[in-house]
Design a protein around this ligand. Sequence first.
Ligand SMILES: Nc1ncnc2c1ncn2[C@@H]1O[C@H](COP(=O)(O)OP(=O)(O)O)[C@@H](O)[C@H]1O
Ligand SMILES: [Mg+2]
Length: 266
Amino acid sequence: MKQLNIEALTVRYRGEGSNQPPVIGNLSLEIKSNDFVVILGPSGCGKTTLLNLIAGFSEPTSGSLKLDGHKISGPGADRCVISQQDALLPWLNVLDNVAFSLQIRGIAPSTRYETARGIIELVGLKGYEHFPVWELSGGMKQRVSLARALVADPQILLMDEPFAALDAFSREKMQLLLLSIWQQTQKQILLITHDIEEALFLASELVLMAAKPGRIVERVPLSFGKQFCEGLDVRQIKSSPEFIRMREKVLTWFFQQNDKLNIQEQ
Ligand SMILES: Nc1ncnc2c1ncn2[C@@H]1O[C@H](COP(=O)(O)OP(=O)(O)O)[C@@H](O)[C@H]1O
Ligand SMILES: [Mg+2]
């Protein structure tokens, strides 16, 4: 089974005094196949640091990260990062941006364009293949970013506040798209957000992190996203008593975490 295993991870940035709590302290987490894990936590608790370690962009001070039993020792095609800022090539059109991921792997033009077209359709951009990306809205650019990630067929999508710059309407549309892609492709997704509603709606498992040191304080299995995949209406889900109860519970926890941080910083 495809699995990401993180064990006893501790991270200290260079220059940090050893009397300070580490940025991440003794954190363990596993992500199984088809999990949609959402990490929610206050600003500065180490979410991006954790994602960068999984992506292979940096190394922990101690502890281990393994994907399917193999130590993560650098970036790899099995992991793809999508962040708030798109990393598109502005001088290329949608099709060439998506096909570029395959071009750098040496895949023949006919195959790469056919694959890219299929993925463009999957993210709802059929008909926009020849649009230059600078003409697209923020939401559409994020769809192209998603397509670029998916076309490389990674095992796990790593998403760092991917919809933070979008308006509420585009944001919800992207959430629905992501759920349908998750359902269709069965990929593992790890998404970081500080939007509580987004976290509750998307996660098959919600991971709550606290700061100083960055650590996991609670893991909550959820099924709101699955309900959407099974055909329930998004508005019905988000206005249901269970959703609202859970939102208030997590909101209360979140305010407590922020208060604790403010007290520590005073
Ligand atoms: N390269 C770095 N060098 C030193 N400290 C850093 C570096 N990157 C992040 N930090 C610090 O580590 C903590 C966690 O940062 P980050 O992982 O970006 O948190 P989050 O994504 O949860 O907001 C913060 O206090 C931040 O200031
Ligand atoms: Mg961050």
